[in-house]
Design a protein around this ligand. Structure first.
Ligand SMILES: Cc1cc2nc3c(=O)[nH]c(=O)nc-3n(C[C@H](O)[C@H](O)[C@H](O)COP(=O)(O)OP(=O)(O)OC[C@H]3O[C@@H](n4cnc5c(N)ncnc54)[C@H](O)[C@@H]3O)c2cc1C
Length: 410
């Protein structure tokens, strides 16, 4: 049987970052994932979402020595512009800018396409002597002992690890094998995710256009074929999203240009379109015997306020800090308890705020639409409130302090 310190099921962005952080803490880490690596956005199965990495996530990548390389692939977000619209076709009711310069000299975050990030992290993990990355091989079975997690992979390999980490996504097979359930809230919404080009340069402004049905978000990307480009996240009732995804791209371009209130001029679809059902999911527990659950295996959130993967990277930072402080306790009940204590409150707080926000922003009811506009004006109009909301949205703290008591974030 192969011996390792830590087994990680799942080589998504969270699993790979966890592998690098735990290897940096001195552990031998084995990672398995059945999907082959994606080298290009046009490849089948490429993840065409982008992630706005907020300041605490950027600090984690800097600590891992990865930021210099990633910075060249990232677009900074200096301004968050909220555009409130109503009616059909959507008519602009108000626009408010939230500026990162109100808080300091750093952008709110840095946006990177998910497939690009995964390519970079895969290369870093393959080059790290402490990481044994097995792509094309999945987690298949788990036996939990008090001293070790005994893992079987799909190729028949058997591993003994002091800690097994579930980073294998929303349907996590390792979480299931550990007997940890999950509760799901469905909204009947589906998000379309793709890349669009436009005439007006984005000027590092991330724009969220509110309207009933859910927000339409344009997050700045590097130019595509010499044209300004943004990552589109467009939430709609499920049937409508599916119908949009089937339209010829010119027709869809015209609809989304109207939906964007023309703030970046005409929009054109510049990539395949992926559909993501919008749910909130929370694992019943973050730990089991010799098992820690992280990232989307532990929590799934609607794509609002760039919280999903940033929350996952806070899990990674907390786990790495806890095991680095007491390496001898790896996988023990006290270590697992410390991890659960560090993360549970923060995850629940973020999920609760995003749930409320999604219901208010997406509602077509006139009172909710009025409340949305009044809320936006009130938050923006009072400088200390505006700054507090922006700070909370960034997570309010850095990864080094990730096991401190949690603060809520919008
Ligand atoms: C439209 C949209 C936009 C978003 N935008 C943002 C944003 O701006 N900011 C933000 O912070 N978050 C955002 N999110 C959330 C973010 O994209 C996800 O949280 C993140 O991509 C999930 O990463 P993960 O590594 O947890 O899971 P995944 O990427 O799902 O990785 C899980 C991995 O586990 C593997 N796996 C499955 N079965 C097995 C097995 N048996 N053995 C081993 N491995 C297995 C899978 O192959 C996969 O590679 C967005 C989400 C959506 C839907």
């Amino acid at each position: 049987m192969h011996q390792t310190d830590i087994f990680i099921s799942g080589a998504g962005i969270a699993g790979l970052t966890a592998a690098l952080a735990l290897a940096q803490a001195g552990f031998r880490v084995t990672v398995a994932d059945p999907t082959p690596p994606v080298a290009d956005g046009a490849d089948d199965g490429s993840d065409l979402r982008s992630t706005a990495y907020l300041q605490p996530s950027q600090a984690l990548f800097a600590r891992l020595g990865l930021w210099d390389r990633l910075a060249a692939l990232a677009t900074p977000l200096d301004v968050l512009r909220i555009v409130d619209t109503a009616g059909d076709p959507p008519v602009l009711r108000d626009t408010r800018d939230f500026r990162a310069s109100d808080l300091g000299d750093q952008p709110f975050g840095w946006n990177v396409l998910n497939w690009v990030m995964r390519r970079e992290l895969t290369a870093a993990a393959q080059a790290h002597p402490g990481v044994d990355l097995r792509l094309g091989v999945g987690f298949a079975g788990l036996v939990q002992r008090t001293t070790a997690a005994l893992v079987t992979l799909t190729d028949g390999t058997r591993l003994s690890a002091r800690l097994a980490v579930a980073a294998d996504g929303r349907d996590s097979p390792l979480r299931d094998a550990a007997g940890i359930g999950a509760r799901v809230t469905r909204y009947g919404q589906v998000s379309l995710a793709f890349v669009a080009t436009h005439d007006v340069p984005h000027a590092n402004v991330s724009t969220e256009v509110y309207h009933e049905g859910g927000p339409f978000t344009m997050v700045p990307l590097p130019d595509v074929d010499g044209r300004p480009a943004s990552a589109i996240v467009w939430m709609n009732p499920g049937a409508k999203a599916a119908a949009f995804a089937r339209l010829p791209t010119e027709e869809l371009g015209a609809i989304m240009t109207a939906r964007s209130a023309h703030v970046l001029g005409p929009l054109a679809v510049a990539s395949p379109i992926r559909q993501w059902p919008i749910v909130i999911m929370r694992a019943d527990r973050l730990t089991g015997e010799r098992v820690a659950v992280i990232a989307e295996a532990a929590h799934v959130m609607p794509p609002i306020g760039a919280q999903g993967l940033n929350t996952s990277l806070a899990d990674v930072a907390a786990l790495a800090d806890i095991v680095a402080r007491a390496p001898g306790d790896l996988g023990t009940p006290s270590m697992l308890h410390a991890y659960a204590r560090a993360r549970t409150g923060d995850i629940h707080a973020r999920a609760a705020v995003i749930d409320l926000f999604n219901r208010v922003v997406g509602s077509g009811a006139a009172p909710m639409q009025a409340a949305r506009l009044m809320g936006l004006r009130a938050v923006h109009g009072i400088a200390p409130v505006r700054q507090a909301v922006m700070r909370a949205g960034l997570g309010g703290r850095g990864p080094a302090a990730a096991d401190q008591p949690a603060k809520a974030a919008p």
